[in-house]
Design a protein around this ligand. Sequence first.
Ligand code: ATP
Length: 548
Amino acid sequence: MSAVLLLAQAALPAAQVVFLERLVDQLSAGQTAWGPLLGLTTVVGAMYPLGQIGLAATQRMGLWLRLRYRTDLAHAAARLTPSRLARADVTTDLEASQAATAVMDVVAGRALQVLGAGITSVVLCAVVWEINPVSGLLVLAALVPTVLAFTGISRMEARGWPTVAAADRRATYATEQLVQQRPGTELAVLGTGGKVADLIVVRRTEATGVLDRMIGRAMLWELAAALATAALFGAALVALVRGGASGAGTAAAVAGTISGLNAIRLCGYAFGTIITATPQARIYRRFVASVPPTAPQVVVRDVGSLELDRLSFTYPGADRPALHDVSIHAERGEMIALVGVNGAGKTTAVNALVGMLTPSAGRVLLDGRDAADLTEPERLGHFGLLVQEFGKFEFSLRDVVALGAPEPVTDDAVRRALASAQAESFTRRLPGLDAQLGQQWGGTGISGGQWQRLALARIHLRGAGVWILDEPTSAIDAEAEREIFSELRRTRHERITVVVSHRAWTLRDMDRIYVLDDGVVVQQGRYDELLAMDGGRFAEMFREQAKK
Ligand SMILES: Nc1ncnc2c1ncn2[C@@H]1O[C@H](COP(=O)(O)OP(=O)(O)OP(=O)(O)O)[C@@H](O)[C@H]1O
């Protein structure tokens, strides 16, 4: 259908020239010329509706293409592993790819326009060639400056886009801090939103400056192309007049040359849009290709042992290791704890354990097997990780909990997980599992501790072989905290549990506590043993708390 429309549209200007020549010929010969008049009326009458139908068809095609690009992008983003998400270039590319989908959708429509205008130009050229070959050639040659100009513009934009994308990303991030409910409220209370607005303006000004320079240069390119095209048009007209064609031929050829130049200009513009979109499309394609489809993650529920074997790690640029010769082990059914002051290395040890960073020395062993031999998704499947900055996903209650496991889950499993995480008492007051969370969506607002219980419910639902809980009850009241830990103890035999905690009482039932100081394990043992060691780091940290 689109192809038929395209061909019909492309033939109209040439048909116009033929009918015009016949009309002038027959009128000059004193004939009534009903045939050419009817032909011209049909051709001119068909131009507008065919143009409109063609436009609507390409717009609809663009719409569906954009959906496809965005679907592929969403799936590619969902396949990013934690180690890749930590890289600045990956997030920049992701956002540039997102922006590219809005440009790429027009490319297919423009490609059809190029094809149509190309056909129009060639057919017109052939018709004008019949009247005057030199004019015909000059009409076709007018394509060259436009194509050259847009190629130059595209190259220039390819150089400018990365800077614009990086500045845009920072501005978008800062804007989100202003408009998202939690950070936005904090800034409003502090009265310092204006400072963030200043940061946005700096980045937007940077991006606007680059875009402005690009537009200025593009204008120069286009101006040069327009001048060259005008010169070629003039030369085509001179060739016609000097060629000594008949009056009818000259009139038709002049009309044809004007239509031809318009078609060529349109062709050049559409071609230019395609090559202008090329740098962004390239970023999109590179990004999507860089995360090829993989098998979905499989949660490993049965893990017999876990070991960090003489692990060392230094952050890039740091002058001392964040972990030095750290050895930790745990068997199925055990609960162990990592303790230490801020900056002691607990989070670094957890990140090394799950594979978010690569140690400079030492190994992580899962059931005696070197975890470095596993793919990142295979390795992550062993863990249920509750981090300090857990996600507050504002979806439905069911979805928020179901995010704990990659496979589909039943409502019963969601309810059991909510009960284990002591989240049942407050979720029972919501209108069911379909309840939307988050006031900004017209849903229910819930407290920080309630969000943390939902994050814990995800870990219960996941049921992985190793649970790593980094301050799992930091925002939760004392009563619920006791119930959460008693549930963890009751179900401990099903897994290995690693807890990072600053609260003395939560450490009492641990099978082993590892005390980290400056990246080194300085003590290990049970709570009472460690507390009894006078002058030990653990006793220094927890003696006051233990008295309460
Ligand atoms: N991405 C990073 N780049 C460079 N240094 C880092 C990075 N993350 C942490 N560090 C440094 O490594 C050391 C250990 O940090 P880590 O986050 O593991 O401590 P922690 O014991 O988890 O602290 P907290 O109790 O505050 O969570 C600190 O000196 C910290 O400043």
